[in-house]
Design a protein around this ligand. Structure first.
Ligand SMILES: Nc1ncnc2c1ncn2[C@@H]1O[C@H](COP(=O)(O)OP(=O)(O)OP(=O)(O)O)[C@@H](O)[C@H]1O
Length: 294
């Protein structure tokens, strides 16, 4: 199995604070991988390490087996808030991209994509809507014909229809080219429809990673009579538990063999799994931390 992204013991710190620590990660080539986690978990830091904008302080990251900087011609990157030169038109940005990427630049692909989406080529991109700007940024990234496409919260500011259009364009484009995608987002429902690989970051660490199908098949919710801390047949780990006086609801990772029939099993969504793992992510700040020193 070819790996598009591979990280081992990867770490990055700002001053004395680790933004990403001990990160071990494998994204197989051809996958559409979602990178999720609470604010400040380290998603942007990880993407910047993968594209070579940041240097690691520990460990290493490889893109198709190479240092990120030497893999750069193979990487397309759409940064958070899709920064574009706002005074330039889409047509000018396509021409400019060609000058910056002489080796491999598919201007026709970008122009066709923008024409299909009805995006005016002659209007400064600063005057386009947020959704149109996101589409221009995606078209420019795709014109590079990248083997790996990194997108940092590309759909955060889009309305639901524009989000769906953006994700459909992305899926269509990568299905044609076999491009691997690593996309950070907080919009779990959108990701469930389109991603086949998941990486969950929590407080600078990888909390969960793997193929979406395997993660869904490997977890379920159980309901049953109120439980204590005793182990349950067929359950490898209770990820999250909530209880009423009489009943317990557990998100569990399956182990070997069937689950104790005392419990009723329910299938889970990607959102159930992610939120279950992140549920203990609340950072409980002691009240004293808010006190103003005398
Ligand atoms: N340039 C910087 N200087 C100092 N600390 C930083 C810098 N960039 C990020 N950090 C810190 O590193 C941690 C990870 O930040 P990062 O932006 O990678 O998180 P994120 O998961 O992308 O967050 P969000 O979902 O809010 O975009 C945070 O604690 C953040 O405050």
């Amino acid at each position: 199995m070819e790996l598009a992204v591979e990280a081992a013991a990867l770490g990055k710190r700002y001053g004395r604070t680790w933004a990403l620590r001990d990160c071990a990660l494998e994204v197989p080539a051809g996958r559409i991988a979602a990178l999720v986690g609470p604010n400040g978990a380290g998603k942007t830091t990880l993407l910047h390490l993968v594209v070579g904008l940041l240097e690691p302080d520990a460990g290493e990251v490889r893109v198709f087996g190479r240092e990120p900087r030497s893999a750069l011609p193979d990487i397309g990157f759409v940064a958070q808030d899709t920064p574009l030169y706002r005074d330039f038109t889409a047509a000018e940005l396509v021409t400019m991209g060609g000058k910056l990427n002489r080796r491999r630049w598919d201007a026709a692909l970008a122009r066709d994509r923008l024409a299909v989406l009805g995006i005016p080529p002659d209007k400064p991109v600063g005057k386009l809507s947020g959704g149109q700007r996101a589409q221009v940024a995606l078209a420019l990234a795709l014109a590079k014909r990248p083997r790996l496409l990194l997108l940092d919260e590309p759909i955060a500011s889009l309305d639901p229809l524009a989000r769906r259009e953006f994700m459909q364009t992305l899926m269509g484009a990568v299905a044609e080219s076999g491009t691997t995608v690593l996309l950070s987002s907080h919009l779990l429902a959108d990701l469930e429809r389109s991603c086949d690989h998941l990486v969950v970051l929590q407080r600078s660490h990888v909390r969960l990673a793997g193929s979406v199908d395997e993660l869904l098949a490997g977890h379920c919710t159980l309901t049953g009579p109120r439980a204590g801390s005793e182990s349950i047949a067929g359950v490898a780990e209770v990820v999250r538990a909530s209880h009423t006086e009489r009943q317990s609801t557990l998100l569990v990772r399956r182990g070997a063999g069937p689950i104790d029939p005392l419990w009723t099993e329910h299938a889970v969504t990607l959102e159930d799994v992610v939120l279950g793992y992140l549920a203990d992510a609340e950072i409980r700040v002691p009240a004293s931390a808010w006190e103003v020193p005398a």
